[in-house]
Design a protein around this ligand. Structure first.
Ligand SMILES: *[C@@H]1O[C@H](CO)[C@@H](O)[C@H](O)[C@H]1NC(C)=O
Ligand SMILES: *[C@@H]1O[C@H](CO)[C@@H](O)[C@H](O)[C@H]1NC(C)=O
Ligand SMILES: *[C@@H]1O[C@H](CO)[C@@H](O)[C@H](O)[C@H]1NC(C)=O
Length: 480
């Protein structure tokens, strides 16, 4: 076990300010919304108060010891640690609650943060012996044509026939982070091909034969899912002909294909059955590994949003297709949140944050998608798999405020030809993708719910800002 002092990365100033804010807020809320016992406090007259641990003084931090090189299991060569975590934290000072300080270091990756692995597993094997016995491995990369910007190849290279292309970029997260609106605009660029839809969910779900119901019962059938070929034909749609024609004439193609499934970042729920994860309590190999192995040069775009409003927005968007949520009110949401938070907090008492985050049973039982906002767990993993230069990390809040400047960064990152003013006008004139209809029906999130969620997510936000080395991910300016 690693001691608390070693793990605590920050000092207490920000934490104290936040605590004061929470307390001030909780004083004002006095309605009759049920509040779980863990959130009420005998010392307090308000209905929602911080747990006692939140107010405790926490030891002054020392920085974690530098990561040691780990042996790459395939090449047996040492992978040199590349520190992602800054020696001088992005967050000047802060304070984690006790439960976080106990649960975060229990993870097998806690001491390996910042150690780059590429498509190799995130930590050493969990059991001796043959790690490949389940027989499900990566989708192997192809001989990608140098003349095409997207990863393309011929099934019949001699005859120059059977062109296949895979995504050049992934808009891989997060749900309710503005990805639909962003994706619609990106695809108005003449070199971005449309494909057949936005979200394919192949890497995380459709390639496996199991349904998520099976996962719940512990049965995972990896065979019998959608083939790579079928996935790619959906990715390219009819636009493959345009690229094929460009290449057939001996020219090159700058057209790009893409996949905009925002679940790739967080959905590795089949991890229990994936090769390399045998005997583990948390995954060594996740969805991101598989994407990276197949096309190591892929570009990844991720948009993050403050996790509290994100969760509510996600809940609202799921109402029409979730029978259990029919006629749901903001009070129902509150009850789901109270229950979900309790379940995760119980898990965190016994297990690591990362173990609970990747646990599918908990994900399903919690009803509301709390997991999707546990950004530092996923980003710590993805930053070890993907080089930082291949990732563009955006904030929903910036996109909402200045769409054009964010889009410029996106087009630039993807290396797409600059648009002229007329083309920009078309991209910007596209009607905003609007999901506000449910807000009108259900109303705003209750302040009590917001308080519970802000408090629950607070250490995740701190850790996220630390992992990103960027204080904008504290969302300090956001009043949601
Ligand atoms: C973290 O950010 C600071 C300031 O933005 C920068 O100087 C430093 O190099 C960054 N550290 C890492 C490890 O990227
Ligand atoms: C996930 O959590 C549930 C409930 O806490 C537990 O019973 C189960 O063993 C966990 N699953 C895994 C794979 O750790
Ligand atoms: C902008 O580019 C498009 C596509 O290349 C072209 O048809 C159009 O004439 C250009 N408009 C201006 C104002 O340059």
């Amino acid at each position: 076990m690693i001691t608390r002092g070693k793990q605590c990365l920050y000092t207490g100033v920000v934490g104290l300010v936040m605590t004061a804010m929470f307390l001030a807020l909780s004083m004002r809320s006095g309605s009759n919304v049920p509040v779980p016992e863990t959130y009420s406090n005998a010392d307090s007259t308000s209905s929602v108060a911080l747990p006692a641990t939140q107010r405790e003084e926490i030891d002054l931090p020392s920085h974690p010891s530098p990561a040691k090189p780990v042996a790459n299991p395939k090449t047996k060569q040492n992978i040199q640690p590349v520190r992602v975590i800054n020696e001088k934290p992005a967050v000047e000072a802060s304070k984690y609650p006790e439960w976080w300080l106990r649960a975060w270091p229990r993870s097998a990756v806690a001491s390996l943060l910042g150690v780059f692995v590429g498509d190799q597993p995130l930590f050493p094997p969990c059991q001796d012996g043959n790690q490949g016995q389940k027989g499900y491995t990566f989708v192997e990369p192809r001989n990608y044509l140098a003349r095409s910007k997207s990863p393309c190849w011929y099934e019949d290279p001699k005859g120059g026939k059977g062109l296949r292309c895979a995504p050049y970029f992934y808009l891989a997260g997060v749900a309710k982070g503005g990805t639909t609106d962003l994706y619609r605009r990106i695809r108005l660029h003449p070199d971005v091909m449309f494909g057949t839809e936005k979200e394919y969910h192949w890497w995380d779900r459709d390639r496996y034969g199991s349904s998520s119901k099976d996962l719940g019962s512990g049965i995972v059938n990896l065979q019998g899912g959608m083939s790579l070929r079928d996935y790619l034909s959906r990715i390219t749609g009819r636009d493959i002909r345009e690229v094929a024609a460009e290449l057939r004439d001996g020219g090159s193609s700058v057209k790009v294909f893409s996949d905009g499934s925002p679940s790739y970042l967080w959905d590795s729920f089949y991890w229990v059955a994936l090769d390399g994860n045998q005997g583990c309590m948390e995954p060594r190999v996740i969805t991101g590994h598989h994407i990276r192995h197949f096309y190591p040069a892929a570009k990844i775009i991720l948009t993050f949003r403050h996790p509290t409003p994100r969760l509510y927005s996600r809940f609202l968007s799921r109402i029409p297709r979730t029978p259990e949520f029919r006629k749901a009110t903001s009070l129902d949401f509150h009850k789901f949140v109270v229950n979900g938070v309790r379940m995760y907090r119980e898990c965190f008492e016994k297990w690591s944050i990362r173990h609970c985050t990747y646990n599918h049973t908990l994900y399903q039982d919690a009803k509301v998608r709390l997991v999707e906002g546990m950004y530092p767990v996923f980003m710590a993993d993805w930053l070890r798999i993907w080089p930082k230069e291949q990732m563009l990390i955006l904030r929903y809040e910036d996109y909402s405020q200045n769409m054009e400047s964010v889009l410029r960064r996106v087009f630039d990152f993807l290396g797409l030809a600059p648009l002229n003013r007329t083309q920009w006008d078309v991209v910007l004139a596209q009607e905003k993708y609007n999901t506000g209809e449910m807000y009108e029906k259900v109303g705003k999130m209750l302040p009590e719910t917001k308080l519970i969620l802000d408090q629950f997510y607070q250490p995740f936000i701190y850790q996220f800002a630390e992992i990103m080395n960027d204080s904008r991910f504290l969302w300090a300016e956001t009043s949601h």
